[in-house]
Design a protein around this ligand. Structure first.
Ligand code: ADP
Ligand code: MG
Length: 261
């Protein structure tokens, strides 16, 4: 298993040395019954890119994230992660979920595992990493997100901001190729929002490839390479944050911005 883990890391390095993007979404359409929730979505995310997805409630932002992580299926188009199409099931799907880390609004930690166990479980099960190595890496990550001292506690004993930082560490422990964040601070008390955004900002600076759904415009301005604006299942506009916030072109984006700024 150790050998396998090394082998897959080597393959990953070889595959990301090439120029292909980490995430490619091409002509993706999805319905929920009669509702056309993703309309011909095209999105390319290069290595190290930070893409912030904005849009009104119900515009399809969460569905897009869930589709990229294959928590949802789609009808037409294709999605490639690091050049590979999304797997359907089994071990390949578990590996995809490890490669595409996801942090949700609700913290989704395992309630009956300690903080340390929450972070070591995935690498041991999915990546086949030994316990000592998994704990070493977990300790390093918990330190990085500032919750090392809570390692032997259970999630319910932590604040929301601490739990969300553990959730980020848990995803990072898998060595993801891309991290998806779906409104990671929306369920937090205001005083905890910044501690989570700070972790995300430093990840962005360190070159992590990220897709972030958020209403935190300050984060979008300072961390995003690109803003993607969605409305009614469509990507209406994609631009740099500077352009988007000062010079949005579409009436729908202007209307959205007038309500939040
Ligand atoms: P956002 O994250 O931008 O608020 P969502 O992706 O959650 O938007 O939802 C987009 C649309 O799809 C909404 O109209 C929502 O009600 C609908 N929707 C989301 N999930 C489901 C589901 N599982 N079944 C049916 N409709 C859904
Ligand atoms: Mg949502």
């Amino acid at each position: 298993d150790e050998a396998n883990a090394v082998g897959s890391d080597a393959r990953r390095d070889a595959s990301t040395d090439g120029q292909h993007p980490i995430v490619v979404v091409e002509g993706v359409n999805k319905h929920f019954g009669d509702l056309h929730v993703l309309k011909d979505i095209n999105l390319t995310v290069g290595k190290g890119d930070v893409v912030v997805v904005l849009g009104p409630s119900g515009s399809g932002k969460s569905t897009l994230c869930r589709t990229i992580n294959r928590l949802e299926t789609f009808e037409t188009g294709r999605i490639l992660i690091d050049g590979q199409p999304l797997p359907e099931e089994g071990k390949a799907l578990a590996k995809l979920r490890a490669d595409v880390g996801m942090v949700f609004q609700s913290f989704n930690l395992f309630a009956h595992k300690t903080i340390l166990q929450n972070v070591t479980l995935g690498p041991m099960k999915v990546r086949g990493i030994g316990k000592a190595e998994a704990e070493r890496k977990a300790t390093e990550l918990l330190e990085r997100v500032g919750v090392q001292q809570q390692r032997d506690k259970y999630p319910a004993q932590l604040s929301g901001g601490q739990q969300q930082r553990v959730a980020i560490a848990r995803s990072l422990a898998m060595n993801p190729k891309v991290m998806l964040f779906d409104e990671p601070t929306s369920a937090l008390d205001p005083e905890m929002i910044n501690e989570v955004l700070d972790v995300m900002t430093s990840l962005a600076k360190e070159g992590m490839t990220m897709i972030v759904v958020t209403h935190e415009m300050g984060f979008a301005r300072r961390a995003a390479d690109r803003v993607v604006f969605m409305d009614e299942g469509e990507i209406v506009e994609q631009d740099t944050p500077e352009e988007f916030f000062t010079n949005a072109r579409s009436p729908r984006a202007k209307d959205f911005l007038s309500k939040i700024l």
